[in-house]
Design a protein around this ligand. Structure first.
Ligand SMILES: Nc1ncnc2c1ncn2[C@@H]1O[C@H](COP(=O)(O)OP(=O)(O)OP(=O)(O)O)[C@@H](O)[C@H]1O
Ligand SMILES: [Mg+2]
Length: 435
């Protein structure tokens, strides 16, 4: 028989730092959080020498050629003309290097990409950028990894990108090398949700945007205080008839993005929490493209269909009594965490293809240790400069995220920006095995 207080007893062998606690009370949980956070931070600091900050990326001439869509030979020819082209000449090779190659800082690489990559699209002045919301109310499907990697990949195509983290978990913020516990409310979307009578109320995001360690990528951070928005928005809607007639809670982010960011950024990537909430509805209302990462698993598939029915029901009820109907430029799903060693994966992928047809992207994110290792050390495949595992494993993951970005950019250029471009063919790295 269970002892009366069994449920409140700590684990039989508690962490040494927790041994003085006799029961699982709030003090115990607070201490456990502090100990666990310190352990996690340590992994991160060790992985990010020096000073626990992500190191700046450096690209060699071969990597630069890849980013510029050139063969190494034609890149070498272009590099010889760097001064004439008024482009960076890069750093000379280290004297002891086996294959002496020039290297380029991240900013220098972006200058080259924008100048010589034939696929680089310079968005005409006045044409708004594309806002993409990454959503799925199922947790752990790879939303944040997809959102952050996509944002980084788009910058490496030459675009200017803004990430908006709407998840109180703040995982995207952590991946952007910002400590979510040090994020001020003013650096999040919270001021947009406040009552118009609140002195901290804002209707723009300008004061919330911060630069990040990643050139070309800015951030509106996420933090635990975002939970507050889930109370503020319904309250504001209730008081709207008195204070701001015509107010619709789900248009708050839309209006803030209309006041600047859509003109200032080529892409705005919004990461959402695993829930349909007042804040997530804002993200869907504000976006041009919806991207849902979806694992090739039966239950995940099932819940994805429920997501759409819940989303449309809620959106329709929010629109009752008027309002502009919402039209999206595109909607896409991408198979995520795909593990081809599992017998039923292919079968489930076929069901997904039948279920979603052309809305299922021609890109696939593999379950990969190059992604999960990065998840622990707060690095995406784009942060990793030297992968400790097999080069093929890394390459396979990297190519998958490159494919995702290429497909998303194709949809945006054709459906939002009205460009006449060819659909990119997905690249493959064949291994046939889980890596
Ligand atoms: N392709 C992948 N291969 C291996 N691991 C992955 C892959 N994608 C995501 N993961 C891991 O799965 C976990 C969940 O990923 P992620 O945080 O991106 O999901 P999420 O949908 O944003 O979760 P949440 O709903 O909690 O916000 C992380 O530990 C991440 O490192
Ligand atoms: Mg997430």
């Amino acid at each position: 028989m269970l002892e009366a207080n069994a449920a409140t007893k700590p684990l039989t062998e508690p962490h040494p730092a927790l041994s003085k606690y006799k029961v699982v009370d709030l003090d115990f949980i607070e201490k456990m959080e502090a100990v666990a956070s310190a352990a996690v931070d340590k992994v991160r600091e060790n992985a990010q020498e020096p000073e626990g900050k992500k190191p700046p990326l450096v690209f060699n001439a071969t990597q630069l050629a890849g980013l510029c869509g050139k063969s190494p030979t034609s890149m070498a020819r272009l590099l010889e003309k760097a001064q004439e082209l008024r482009l960076p000449t890069g750093l000379p090779p280290e004297p002891k290097e086996k294959t002496p190659r020039r290297s380029f800082t991240h900013e220098e690489a972006l200058q080259w990409i924008r100048a010589v990559n034939e696929n680089y699209f310079k968005r005409p002045v006045g044409v708004p950028g594309c806002t993409i919301t990454i959503g799925n109310f199922k947790g752990g499907v790879g939303k944040t990894i997809a959102a952050t990697s996509l944002a980084q990949a788009l910058t490496l195509m030459g675009y200017k990108v803004l990430c908006i983290d709407l998840d109180p978990q703040g995982s995207m913020t952590s991946l952007m090398d910002v400590d979510k516990l040090e994020v001020e409310d003013e650096q999040t979307i919270l001021p947009l949700a406040r009552s118009v009578n609140d002195e901290h109320y804002r209707d723009t995001l300008h004061e919330s945007i911060q630069e990040t360690y990643w050139p070309g990528l800015d951030l509106v951070a996420g933090s635990p205080s975002l939970f507050g928005a889930e109370f503020m928005l319904p309250m504001r809607q209730m008081n709207a008839h008195r204070l701001e007639p015509g107010f619709r809670f789900m248009e708050v982010l839309t209006r803030a993005l209309d006041k600047g960011p859509r003109q200032e950024y080529d892409y705005i990537i919004i990461d959402t929490p695993p829930a349909i909430s007042y804040v997530t509805l804002n993200a869907f209302w504000a976006c041009d493209g919806i991207l849902m990462p979806l694992p090739a698993e039966g239950l995940d598939l099932l819940s994805s269909t429920r997501f759409w029915s819940m989303f449309t029901t809620l959106a329709r009820s929010a629109l009752k009594g008027g309002g502009t109907p919402k039209v999206f430029s595109w909607l896409a799903l991408v198979p995520s965490k795909v593990d081809h060693t599992k017998a039923y994966t292919q079968f489930n992928l076929e069901i997904m293809r039948n279920a979603y047809g052309a809305n299922l992207l021609n890109a696939e994110l593999p379950l990969s240790s190059a992604v999960s290792v990065g998840g622990t050390t707060l690095a995406t495949v784009y942060d990793i400069q030297k992968y400790v595992g097999s080069a093929k494993t890394y390459q396979r993951a990297r190519v998958a995220f490159d494919n995702l970005a290429a497909q998303v950019d194709y949809l945006t250029r054709t459906r939002k920006w009205g460009e006449d471009v060819k659909e990119p063919k997905p690249a493959f790295v064949q291994t046939g095995r889980k890596s």
